[in-house]
Design a protein. Structure first.
Length: 225
């Protein structure tokens, strides 16, 4: 979702600017020569290497498929690509791209994860207890999003954390486990998260923790944007 979401170039709040300006409502459609499959009731109901990617402001990134390759599934036409149609994400049980299972939306070819070991300082406290105070961190740059610091649990008061029931999924970082802080009998929900089994591009932060500045006091030495 990097072109149209976050601070991407076609988002409502781009980090940079075009000269001359790009008209409102612009849609970017491109070929996507990867094998995309859809599975329903244990059967492959769509298998194509002719998909398009459609980048539209205010909408998640989506596939469009040649109408002659889609049968027995609900569809709607793509106005910007005559002869191509959208299939609702929840119309099938599983989406695969080159054998990798997808969740929520297609992976974006313009979305990059870049993890770098750094000496940027991170201090985190909650309910008067210091959870982290170290400059041994990893900075994660993610396209169209603010950079974040991750830290090895060895530098964290993990005795004050416990796994919560919250979870989320990112096509670029995998399934997240969330952690609540327990300080003096007070529980502060979901102050941190980590990825136990991230895809290759995010392996440098495997098992590392990042902290939510809306739920605890975070002082992070981050680049100015």
């Amino acid at each position: 979702m990097s072109l149209v979401a976050g601070r991407g170039p076609l988002s409502a709040d781009p980090a940079g600017r075009f000269s001359p300006p790009v008209p409102d409502g612009v849609v970017y459609v491109e070929p996507h020569p990867r094998r995309v499959q859809a599975i329903r009731d244990g059967r492959v109901v769509l298998d194509t290497e002719r998909a398009l990617l459609v980048h539209r402001r205010g909408r998640p990134l989506s596939y469009a498929f040649p109408v002659d390759e889609v049968a027995g599934l609900p569809t709607e036409p793509e106005p910007e690509a005559p002869g191509f149609v959208h299939v609702p994400w929840d119309a099938v049980d599983t989406w695969l791209e080159e054998g990798r299972e997808l969740v929520h939306y297609p992976p974006n070819p313009y979305h990059r994860i870049d993890c770098r070991p750094t000496k940027r300082r991170l201090r985190v406290s909650v309910a008067g207890a210091v959870l982290v105070d170290t400059d041994d961190t990893v900075i994660l740059f993610e396209t169209a999003l603010e950079p974040r610091l991750y830290v090895d649990p060895a530098h964290v008061r993990t005795d004050l954390l416990r796994a919560s029931e919250t979870s989320s999924y990112c096509n670029y970082k995998g399934f997240a486990t969330y952690w609540s802080a327990v300080v003096g009998g007070q529980v502060i929900d979901d102050v941190a998260w980590s990825y136990a089994d991230p895809p290759p591009e995010s392996l440098p932060v495997k098992g590392f923790l990042s902290f939510d500045a809306a739920r605890c006091d975070v002082a992070a030495e981050l680049p100015r944007t």
